[in-house]
Ligand binder design. Sequence first.
Ligand SMILES: CC(C)(COP(=O)(O)OP(=O)(O)OC[C@H]1O[C@@H](n2cnc3c(N)ncnc32)[C@H](O)[C@@H]1OP(=O)(O)O)[C@@H](O)C(=O)NCCC(=O)NCCS
Length: 212
Amino acid sequence: MSLHVSPASAADAPRSVAIEDAAYGPNPSGAAMFPGPFPPGDQVRVNALRTQLADDPACRWAKVVDSGLEAAGEDGMVAFSMWYFWSTPRDTLPPRPAWGPGTNPDACELFFGAMREEWLRRWAGKPHVYLKQLHTDPAHQRRGAGSMLLKWGVAEADRLGLPTYLEATEEGRPLYEKHGFRPVGKLVTDLSEWNGPAEAETVLMVRPPSES
Ligand SMILES: CC(C)(COP(=O)(O)OP(=O)(O)OC[C@H]1O[C@@H](n2cnc3c(N)ncnc32)[C@H](O)[C@@H]1OP(=O)(O)O)[C@@H](O)C(=O)NCCC(=O)NCCS
C-alpha cells in the first residue's frame, strides 16, 4: 500500500474532520475542549474548514492518499494538513470558526485565544508560512504520512524563502524537530475547570527557510 501527497480540496473536508476527531480523541486537552457528542458529519466543523479555504487564497490543503485503499474503493485519504503561505503578510488572523455542537466554547476560547494573541504578537505584518493543521488517521500513523506532509509544506516555504510557524502538541513536537523546527516559546493553559490538564502545554515552533 503506497502513500503519496496530493492537493486536497473542499470535498475532502468531511474526511479531514473524521480524521481530526479520531486523531485528537486520546488528547486530554481535547477532551476538555471538545467533549462531544458531535452530530454525524459535523457540518459546522466541515463548513468552518471550507470557509477558511475559500476566504484566503494563501490557504492551501494537502493530503496523503493510500493508493491501496483507493483501489479498494475506499476514501484513500489517511492524513491532512492546512497551511497558510503568507508571502503578503496579514495584520490579523482570519476570523476564528464558530464553536459548534459538542465543543466547550469557554475552554476553546481560553486555549485558542492565547494562540491567536501569540500569533499577533509575533507574526502580524510579517511574511511567513503558518501550519494550521496536521493530523493522521490513528490507523495509519507511524507510516510516514505526517512527514510527507511536512516535507511538502516546508519545500514550498523554502521556495518562497519564508519561515514556518506552528503550535505543536506534545505528540507532534518530536516530528517537527526532525524536520528542522525549533521551539521559540510555550503556552501553558489551565483547563482543570473542565477536567482537563491544569498545565496544558503548547510549544511554539519556527523553522527558518533553508539557505540552499
Ligand atoms: C503527530 C502526527 C501528525 C504524526 O503523524 P504520522 O503520520 O504518524 O507521522 P510519521 O509517520 O511521519 O512519523 C511519526 C513517527 O513514526 C515514525 N515512522 C515514520 N515512518 C515509519 C515507518 N514506515 N515505520 C515505522 N515508523 C515510522 C517516524 O520516525 C516518527 O517517529 P517518532 O514518533 O519517534 O518521531 C499524528 O501522530 C497525529 O495526527 N497526532 C494527533 C494530532 C496531532 O497532535 N497533530 C499535531 C498537531 S501540532
